[in-house]
Ligand binder design. Structure first.
Ligand code: ZN
Ligand code: ZN
Length: 142
């Protein structure tokens, strides 16, 4: 039987994946088992000590630094939250603005995003993320 993850090598073992990876049982090759173990190794926010497992379990960050440290996990949390919700688009600045204003706007939005994530306002966070993308896009055209 081939490995269900890579589909290339021969599976050597059946493992139950951790909860946050779907909890399904898969037949895996030696290489993929090692890769999964590596991926799943506890990552810890250097600032507050929050682990990836805690973050996924509590569904909130421990400090503002967690937001950048666990950005991938948080983005997928926001995506999950958004699933089934109607889409909200941020307000995009209408006219061309000077670069400095956009840069200030950007750091203000990023601060708000941190705060929204800290207080578990994922809908708000998603809205802010769209605004940030819009501003970054604008900045490219200044
Ligand atoms: Zn494999
Ligand atoms: Zn932290």
């Amino acid at each position: 039987m081939r490995c269900q993850r890579c589909g290339k090598r021969e599976a050597v073992v059946r493992v139950k994946l951790p909860e946050d990876m779907g909890q399904t049982e898969q037949a895996l090759c030696e290489v993929c088992v090692r890769e999964i173990a590596q991926q799943h190794k506890e990552r810890r926010c250097p600032n507050c000590g929050m682990t990836r497992r805690q973050l996924l379990h509590l569904r909130k960050v421990g400090c503002a630094n967690c937001y950048s440290f666990f950005s991938e996990e948080i983005e997928s949390m926001i995506r999950q939250f958004q699933h089934g919700h109607s889409k909200h688009y941020g307000t995009r600045p209408e006219e061309e603005s000077p670069e400095r204003r956009l840069t200030q706007e950007l750091s203000r939005l990023k601060e708000q995003l941190n705060r929204a994530v800290l207080s578990e306002e994922y809908e708000e966070a998603d809205k802010l993320k769209r605004q940030i993308l819009a501003v970054e896009e604008d900045l490219r055209h200044v």
